[in-house]
Structure formats: C-alpha cells, structure tokens
Design a protein around this ligand. Sequence first.
Ligand code: CP
Ligand code: NVA
Length: 315
Amino acid sequence: MKHFLKETDFGPREAAEIFAMAREFKRSRGRASNGVLAGQTWAMVFSKSSTRTRVSFEVGIHELGGHPLFLNKNDIQLGRGETIEDTARVLSRFVHGLVVRTFEHADVERLAAAGGVPVINALTDFLHPCQIYTDAFTAAERWAGPGEDLVAALRGRKIAYVGDTCFNMANSWILGASLFGMKIALAGPKGFEPAAAIRSQLKTERRKAEYQFTMDPFEAVADADIVYTDVWTSMGQEEEAKRRAAKLGRYAVTAKLFAAAKKDALFMHCLPAHPGEEVEQAVLDNPRSVIFDEAENRLHVQKAIMARLAAAAKA
Ligand code: CP
Ligand code: NVA
C-alpha cells in the first residue's frame, strides 16, 4: 500500500507528475477533478488544531467526489486508549483513506502499517510533507517557464530557513530540499541544530542530502531564493513559549533580513503566523510574500496527492 508520510515517499519524477496534476486542478478548479474519489469516504483523524489542513482536505475530498469524515481524536475511542493498530484496522473496514495529524511521527507509521488503506501525514512533530510539497509547488509556479516541468524549476535554488530549525517544518524542508535538488541553509540559535532523527533519516535517503546550519541569519539568507520561517512555539510546546522566544529573538525575519536575500526572493511561511514575533508585518505584506498562495495551493496539491494514492490503491 502506498502512503504519503514523508517527502521522499515519492521520487522527483512522481512529484513532478503530482505537481502537473495540481496545476491542472488549479487551472480548471473543480472540473478536472470530478469523480477521482467517487463513492469513497476518507477519514481525517486529528489530534491537533488546524485551519488550512482541515479545510483544504475536507474541500479537496469533496471536490474529488468523495466524502470527508472528520474525527477529532477525543471524539473517538482512540482518545480513550484504544490502540492505534485497532483504530487503523477498524477504520480501514469503512473508509478508503486516512489523513492524520498527530504528535508522534511513529503513530502515523503504525497506522499505515496496521491499516489497509493509504495514509497521509497531515503534520506530526517530525514532518509536515503536505506543506512542503505545496510550498515547493508555489515557488515553482512562479519560476517555471511556459511548459517547463515544475520540479525542474526548483533544481539548484536556495532556501534559507530562519528560526526554529529543529522541528517539523525545518525537518521537512531539509528532506524536501534533498528531493527537489535544492540547497538549504538553516539559521537558528545554539542548541537548535537539526536533531538526530532527521540526520538519521537523511542517511537512509538515496539522494544527496546536505544542509548548512549557521547561527548567523544574514549568512543563511545570502543568495537565497526563498526566505522561510515558522512560529517559535509549535503546537504542544506552549509551556516553553517564553524560553523559546528569548532564544529565538535574534532570528525574526525583519525587513532588513529579507532585503539581504536575492532581490527577487520569495518570503514563505506555512501559517499561522505571529506578526511581530518570528516575522515582521512588513515582510508578511511584502509583494514578494506568497503566504496566501501557499495556503490556497494546499487544496490543489493535496487533491493531486490523494488522486495519486487512490489510483495506486486501485492498481
Ligand atoms: N499550515 C498549516 O498546516 O496550517 P493549519 O495548522 O491551520 O492546518
Ligand atoms: N510548526 C508548527 C506548524 C503549524 C502548521 C506546529 O507544529 O505547530
């Protein structure tokens, strides 16, 4: 069974096909997608809050002709201790796919291993692959020439990731950069170096997987095509918020820092943002900020991912 738990679950050629399908879905909003999930129900099991992911998947499943079934973890027996394996086995008897947002990455792996339907990682503490595919698509849309392959347009480009460099978004971009042939420089404080889990994941990857880590945000953004940041306090870290803000204060994306990247660099953020913390409002409002295109494109890219997984499940 084919799943999408991490960026490299698809190779660059498959990613290019997904991007091409997403471009078509976007161009013909609603029409090209009719019927791909006809007669199917996809369950969305969420243990964390969500605006973009929840809405884009619910709308996307509907637009593909399927029925989305949203299940808050605490509304089902999983929240009262039913095992992940039994939950996967039971849900697989009813639905055709699972979209899962949770804390431990191992939990999505266990669901995928025990169930009999495709599983999509809709964010764990370790990775957020739907977001990275969408961000890469969003940049490629701007960079690709007419008729040019969207993934090819990413090759050799540089992303600077500034701020919390050892959580899901940074990890996912490290893996995404390897998949898309991009360079990545991460800037964060001492103690925020990419963690052991992502380093050992990189060792298992077939493609070259290198990153640069620096404590100097200006060094990271030099020659960057994308400047990226995320919140300093992720879901589940609320008690550490003060301590984290004190450490990360130097790593805010200010207008001055953004101006030190390439002249035509894009600003990206997965959202939700905290203006005045990890990013200045002026940067969010900059004409080269593509934050709302990223949000919209979640819909088109995830529809393509689901279509691909549904086709693989039928084959
Ligand atoms: N970017 C993202 O995943 O947003 P939500 O938490 O609102 O889904
Ligand atoms: N790092 C953030 C991303 C939210 C989309 C979090 O995990 O809360």
